[in-house]
Design a binder for this molecule. Structure first.
Ligand SMILES: Cc1cc2nc3c(=O)[nH]c(=O)nc-3n(C[C@H](O)[C@H](O)[C@H](O)COP(=O)(O)O)c2cc1C
Length: 331
């Protein structure tokens, strides 16, 4: 109701400005909002989620808005992607609305204030929702040295994250998605797993590890990737990130902008990748479904296809924050 009044104002602004203004407002006034805690508890990856509806990575890259976002009823919030060092990302404009297709194209390029800043914001406080930290690599780090960035990030966030998501699927860092190739992924997961064993020993607890993948993975590549997830005891799979495909949006304003496409135009691909992985993994490794979820019906379908949790981003922009509770309550 309220969002239908605010949306035309926000949509009259540049998308990134609208993002900043709305999150600043939310953070400023969140104490005035009632607590929308919605209890539909699920236990996944060894963690207790108050409900299975989460915020996808990228909206709160620095964990600057956790308190405000926490008021919207999410069962979990994934902050990041964060890189070891702060970096500015790509020049603006770098987010575009494809309004008629309820989609976005972004080429943010991992703009963030660095992992130390994020960890200060996450703090030690116990929250009544799960906080995942999504890690990436700095643009300046060559892809063949990416392992060192991921290991550095993993070690830094180990204590404070409820789970750690490794993002090798953003289309806006050149070469990043090559890490999804079988040999590169094997090397990455092997390095992270060894580090994880060391940290587990040191801290006496095991942090769940999730991997976030692209919707543009070839269907033929999925069995090998699934085998690697098993080999390295990855705890969760997040599918999908944004797509470089422009299927369904050709001819629309901004469709030719470079970057990753999200929202309604991504929906079918995201469903397909979920189904393909569920067929391989059965229920051995839980899948977090993300990409084009904008209604309770769509969320329900993802659970029917095998997802154990769902995440939202673009749906929130087009439908408003009430989408979180609408989905969580309907489940
Ligand atoms: C502006 C924007 C920034 C994003 N930044 C990140 C990011 O930093 N890390 C990441 O893993 N995914 C990022 N994503 C991808 C989302 O987390 C999500 O996987 C994708 O948008 C598909 O979900 P949706 O259709 O609900 O938006 C970003 C998406 C958008 C629209």
């Amino acid at each position: 109701m309220l969002y239908s009044l605010v949306k035309p104002v926000l949509f009259s602004l540049d998308p990134e400005l609208a993002h900043d203004v709305s999150l600043d407002m939310l953070q400023l006034f969140h104490r005035l909002l009632p607590n929308r805690r919605i209890d539909k508890p699920v236990r996944i990856m060894g963690l207790d989620f108050p409900n299975p509806v989460g915020l996808a990575a990228g909206l709160d890259k620095n964990a600057d808005y956790l308190d405000g976002l926490g008021k919207l009823g999410f069962g979990f919030i994934e902050v990041g992607s964060v890189t070891p060092k702060a970096q500015p990302g790509n020049p603006q404009p770098r987010i575009f609305r494809l309004v008629r297709k309820q989609s976005l194209i972004n080429r943010m390029g991992f703009n963030n204030d660095g992992v130390d800043h994020l960890l200060q914001n996450v703090g030690e406080r116990k929250r009544d929702f799960v906080v995942g930290i999504n890690i990436g690599k700095n643009l300046a780090t060559p892809v063949d040295q990416a392992l060192s960035d991921y290991c550095l990030g993993f070690e830094k966030v180990y204590r404070q994250a409820d789970y750690i998501a490794i993002n090798i699927s953003s289309p806006n860092t050149p070469g990043l998605r090559d890490l999804q190739n079988e040999a590169a992924l094997d090397a990455l997961l092997s390095a992270v797993s060894q580090l994880r064993l060391k940290l587990e020993d040191q801290h006496q607890f095991r942090r769940p590890l999730a991997l976030k993948l692209s919707p543009d993975l070839a269907a033929e590549a999925i069995p090998a990737v699934a085998a690697l997830l098993r080999k390295y005891s990855v705890d969760g799979l997040i599918v999908t990130n944004t797509t470089i495909s422009r299927d369904g949006v050709q001819g629309q304003p901004f469709a030719d902008e470079s970057g990753g496409l999200s929202g309604l135009a991504l929906r079918d691909k995201s469903r397909q990748v979920l189904s393909d992985f569920q067929r391989e993994l059965v229920d051995d490794i839980p899948i977090i479904s993300v990409g084009g979820i904008d209604s309770a019906e769509e969320a329900r379908l993802r659970f029917e296809l095998g997802a154990k949790l769902v995440q939202l981003y673009t749906g929130l922009i087009y439908r408003g924050p009430g989408l979180v509770s609408a989905i969580a309550r309907a489940l």
